[in-house]
Design a protein around this ligand. Sequence first.
Ligand SMILES: Cc1cc2nc3c(=O)[nH]c(=O)nc-3n(C[C@H](O)[C@H](O)[C@H](O)COP(=O)(O)O)c2cc1C
Length: 332
Amino acid sequence: MPNTNCTYLGLTLQSPVIAGSCGLTNSIDKMKKMEEYGVGAVVLKSVFEEQISQAVMQSIEDTHFAGALGDAFDYIKSYSEMDAYGQYTHLVRNAKKELSVPVIASINCFSDGDWISYAKQIQDAGADALELNLFFLPSDYTQSGTANEDMYFKIIEHVKANISIPLAIKTSYYFSGLAKMLQSLSYTGIKGLVLFNRFSAPDINIEKMQLSEAPVFTEGEGFYNSLRWISIMSNHVNCSLCASSGVASGEDVVKQLLAGADAIQVVTSLYNQGLDCIRTMNDILRQWMTKHNFTTIDEFKGKMNFDNISNPNDYLRIQFMKHFAGIEENKR
Ligand SMILES: Cc1cc2nc3c(=O)[nH]c(=O)nc-3n(C[C@H](O)[C@H](O)[C@H](O)COP(=O)(O)O)c2cc1C
């Protein structure tokens, strides 16, 4: 039987298929099921920077004396932060106690704030690694691209100063020089890049003329973008690469490995197909490896990345020239 062991963030995983951060990775029972189905690791539901701010505001409102708090403000602020993170470190501790696969904690953040010191508490709770879902929408007209990017490096530097467990950055593709930015991030001492995050987005309800939320579960969406960038960056970063977005089948897992991914995260498929899609993905991966005479993942990982194929420019083609030309021909 082929061996699906792999290394991600310096951790040994039994399978490259990882459960990405979501509501399902908030439940010990569900994660135990995922483990039964052969998941390589779990990324816990994130604790959000905003959760702490909200907890702080709620505590202050509850005092009824917000304006007269004086020195008490600092006490309440730190107590509320402890509560938000206390619940989270409890989840980390439980996950570590109940699971044998690596547990990756997750913080969703957007600023260089007080929350950074809590990364250490998450480490102390036993997390095997920390994934930072680090993003702020570059929508400020007064902020240059360089200033935006500097913030990423500053946050990483501060978090790294607080922890010694492997750090992964789950990032977006909202950078003007994406290849250079990803490469530079990989040289900050982080152990992994997750390409890419998918964001909640606004939609418009045209009857009520109100803003609503765009669909959250969009199976397949973002897969090809991630595949392209994994293949381009594979061999050119100083850390692990994890594919994320739109992975919906065992075949998709194989594609990302061929493109150069060290691991693959799935989320929407867990919701849409059920937790046992992990088992199906692992089965298909093993069947494909057997069919193609591969006994380990290292034998084929990156075999079809940008550097290893004869026609790498096809990874860079972004216009539908062939198809547009075809349409013109059919019209004649
Ligand atoms: C219901 C739901 C909850 C999510 N919660 C989080 C979260 O707490 N933290 C995070 O970093 N990403 C979160 N995500 C994003 C996923 O981890 C993942 O990056 C994204 O869904 C793309 O992968 P997919 O196409 O396999 O769903 C969530 C996604 C969904 C659908």
